[in-house]
Design a binder for this molecule. Structure first.
Ligand code: ADP
Ligand code: MG
Length: 319
């Protein structure tokens, strides 16, 4: 690929780190993993029209491409360090590349994360980011550690990104509440500091990319347990509740994707301590249910009735 385009990316993402012995520019980067740390690695790909709506601002796509990856490191309790960026673009569009690099850099700076290499090719608009982080041996959070009796908690609020997507599709972004929800879709906040704090408390953790029920379901399967959650406890933003009916807001919170909050389990006696620790980091954490024997995720409505999945959301059993 044309060197100047790669140069534009390098200029915008420059980050001085001693552990980058050789960054962008050679055939491979040379990186020094700190002694005594494990390397946590993850990769995620965003495809235009699938993972972000066509028309999303380049700066938001750049941000989100890194945010979804940092969310994976957060869910492991790892400290972000380095990233690789593979860009596939229909044309060598300097303005698009600058926007992507700027959005990426805004988030990278927060974590002193260095972009150390990548690839640039021509084709349908796709952006792949791989991240590398550090975690002390044996300290990483996993999906597999939940025990019967543990409490189930989530950070932040749920359903905002699904609401934001609906608003983008409807073309309504005029007021502050819509703007907030669309921002939650386009610029998710990876819960990196929360993930690090959870190393002291959590028995299991996963980030919510595909919706609470799907991702908590993965955690339960990995841990060989079930979960019971209460819809009355789901944390939801006032913007979501103001702009959408209760049923729709509930379905977004249960099944909507792209929130990038953390869902984790802690022994019951840790709930207050973990909430206090995360509150100090400016991150809310809400208990939404508990781990039970068996498998799968069961959902109870405010009247105590069990819900089951329906074609357009969630229905009462037999109702
Ligand atoms: P090669 O053909 O040897 O793989 P490239 O010409 O693809 O090298 O890349 C040259 C340098 O620029 C490499 O260090 C590579 O990691 C970096 N690079 C290429 N594309 C990107 C990108 N989109 N973001 C960051 N670095 C990139
Ligand atoms: Mg080469």
């Amino acid at each position: 690929m044309e060197f100047t385009l790669i140069d534009r990316i390098r200029e915008r993402t420059a980050q001085g780190r001693d552990d980058v012995r050789l960054g962008i520019g050679d055939d491979a980067a040379l990186l020094a993993v700190p002694a005594g740390q494990e390397l946590a690695v993850a990769i995620d790909t965003l495809v235009e029209g699938v993972h972000f709506p066509i028309g999303t601002a380049a700066v938001d796509i750049g941000w989100k491409s890194l945010a979804v990856n940092l969310s994976d490191l957060a869910a492991m309790g790892a400290t972000p360090a380095w990233a690789l960026l593979a860009l596939t673009l229909p044309s060598a569009d300097a303005a698009l590349i600058d926007g992507l690099a700027n959005g990426f850099a805004q988030l990278a700076q927060t974590y002193r994360l260095a972009l150390v290499g990548g690839d640039t090719t021509r084709g349908a608009f796709t952006i792949s980011v791989a991240v590398h982080g550090f975690v002390p041996p044996g300290k990483a959070l996993r999906r597999s550690g939940a025990h019967v009796g543990d409490a189930v908690l989530v950070t932040g609020t749920l359903g905002d990104a699904a609401a934001g997507l609906k608003l983008v599709q409807k073309g309504s972004n005029a007021d502050a509440r819509s703007a907030f929800l669309i921002e939650r879709l386009n610029r998710p906040t990876p819960r990196v500091a929360a993930g690090l704090a959870l190393r002291e408390h959590a028995s299991a953790c996963i980030d919510i990319s595909d919706g609470l029920l799907a991702d908590l379901g993965h955690l339960c399967a990995a841990s060989n347990v079930g979960a019971e959650i209460e819809t009355s406890l789901l944390p939801r933003s006032s913007a979501l509740l103001d702009l959408f009916d209760e049923e729709v807001a509930r379905d977004f919170a249960l099944s909507g994707g792209d929130d990038y909050e953390l869902c984790f389990t802690v022994p019951g006696q840790h709930v207050a301590a973990v909430q206090a620790d995360l509150a100090r980091l400016g991150c809310g954490a809400t208990k939404i249910g508990r781990i039970v024997e068996g498998g799968g995720v069961s959902v109870r409505d405010p009247e105590g009735r069990w819900l089951e999945p329906a074609r357009n959301g969630w229905d009462h059993f037999g109702a």
